[in-house]
Design a protein around this ligand. Structure first.
Ligand code: PA5
Length: 443
């Protein structure tokens, strides 16, 4: 089984009849995703995407990835939010957090920029590139998002200085709107190869479009396997509501209504840290509106057991955990016996590090349950491209169902504009003069 939802960690927190009672609502919510009868129905392109993606663009993505691999030591991926998190989550999930250090020959290092406003971070990446050959994949639906726009100005200039305008255009790949927007216009004017952010797929649902697929393919991730994983998940969750995807959505809803208003996506391997970041955007932008929603967070165990573990065990009882447990690590390590048992670890001699990790997982699960924190468990066999695609579709569909159960439009994000308007006003952007006066008076 690809994703196995286990109820072990919910004993005493959720009763079977609560799940049964939710069936009619689940059926309706799922149906709304298929027939487009719910709010935000112009952003449902991700639902059928695993079966209906553009095959010719997919082939072009693989060709562009080969070109990047043969001409670049470093690929700089510029984007933020939905134009960033999925690709990085995929690369780290499959190749590990140290992917740049352990990559095979022929695969470029990949750095993500334009996802913050730190000049130090930008300069560090420039220093890492040094004199080496590099290319850029700039990803922005609008082309005017501040963070990636600043980064693209800088890296475009560096490319043009190093390779000339004609050489630079061979190294810039733009993923953007198919016909509108500042980046599309610039790409057409300058002759960059372009890839499409589909109109009906919102940023946080776009990882299995060119947005995620080009950086993934360039980093050596098997994108055919990722799409197959998503297609297999589509099939597994297509009929009825007696499947783990609907069950997960229902469980979140039941727990949320019972006062568990914070969900922590827990991993036990650093390869999944960015999956947690992607998950946070998916659920928080989809559900956190109209003063409703479960606040999705993430935690990395056992690391965070030594920090926020105290709160999860014994703090305010308003949270639940969703653990993604990967059964087989990418590589194994065995604990050896030492002559002097100074650290008292000889009782583990001959055991694998993953064995110790599995006991940390089981022990933590029961401790947190005993402390009043319910756990939803999602077990997968291994963290490869196929499982990534499968998990992406699992969470996306669960998120759509969950949003409709909550009664919100899961596919808009009106709340993210508020800070931008203030920032533009304070920066002195033309058109924001009145707001600037008002804000400066408050500062
Ligand atoms: O999910 C979203 O819509 C956002 O996270 C956007 O992807 C993000 O703000 C970047 O926007 P753009 O691709 O227009 O630069």
């Amino acid at each position: 089984m690809a994703v196995n939802l286990k109820m072990t960690g919910l004993s005493g927190f959720v009763h079977e009849d609560e799940l049964v009672n939710m069936k009619p609502m689940l059926q309706t919510a799922q149906q709304m995703l298929y027939d487009g009868s719910g709010a935000g129905n112009d952003f449902l392109g991700w639902v059928e995407l695993p079966n209906r993606y553009d095959r010719s663009e997919f082939d072009r993505i693989k060709q562009a990835a080969k070109k990047i691999q043969s001409t670049c030591d470093v690929l700089v991926v510029i984007g933020i939010g939905g134009s960033y998190l999925g690709a990085r989550a995929a690369i780290e999930f499959v190749n590990g957090q140290m992917y740049n250090g352990v990559r095979p020959a022929g695969i470029p290092e990949v750095y993500f920029v334009g996802n913050n406003i730190s000049s130090s971070y930008l300069n560090d990446v420039i220093q890492i590139i040094g004199e080496r050959d590099f290319g850029v994949n700039v990803i922005s639906k609008s082309g005017t998002t501040t963070e990636p726009a600043i980064a693209f100005r800088i890296f475009k200039k560096l490319l043009e200085q190093k390779y000339g305008k004609a050489g630079a255009k061979e190294r810039i790949f733009a993923t953007t709107d198919k016909e509108r927007g500042a980046l599309k216009k610039l790409a057409d004017d300058e002759g960059y190869e372009t890839f499409v952010v589909p109109d009906d797929v919102g940023g946080r649902f776009s990882v299995l479009t060119a947005v995620g697929l080009l950086p993934m393919a360039a980093a050596g991730v098997d994108v055919d396997a990722a799409m197959q994983g998503a297609a297999d998940a589509y099939k597994a969750f297509a009929d009825g509501i007696d499947h783990d995807c609907a069950r997960y959505a229902a469980l979140r809803n039941i727990l949320g209504r019972g006062g568990k208003e914070l969900e922590i996506l827990v991993n036990y391997d650093p390869s999944l840290v960015m999956l947690g970041e992607w998950f946070k955007q998916l659920f928080d932008e989809s559900e956190g509106k109209d003063h409703k929603g479960i606040f999705a967070m993430s935690a990395n165990f056992s690391t965070d057991l030594h920090s926020i573990g105290q709160f999860i065990q014994d703090g305010t009882r308003n949270l639940f955990e969703t653990v993604v447990w990967v059964k087989e690590p990418r590589s194994e390590s065995i604990i050896e016996e030492t002559e002097v048992d100074m650290d008292g670890l000889n009782y583990l001699a001959g055991k694998s590090v993953q064995f110790v990790n599995s006991k940390a997982y089981q022990g933590t699960l029961m401790a947190h349950m005993d402390g009043g924190t319910p756990n939803i468990i999602l077990e997968i066999d291994r963290a490869d491209a196929w499982h990534f695609g499968y998990l992406v579709y699992f969470f996306e569909k669960a998120c759509g169902i969950s949003g409709y159960l909550l009664g919100v439009n899961p596919f808009n994000q009106p709340g993210v504009e508020a800070y931008k308007k203030n920032m533009f006003a304070l920066l002195g952007k033309p058109g924001y003069e009145e707001r600037r006066k008002e804000l400066e008076a408050r500062l």
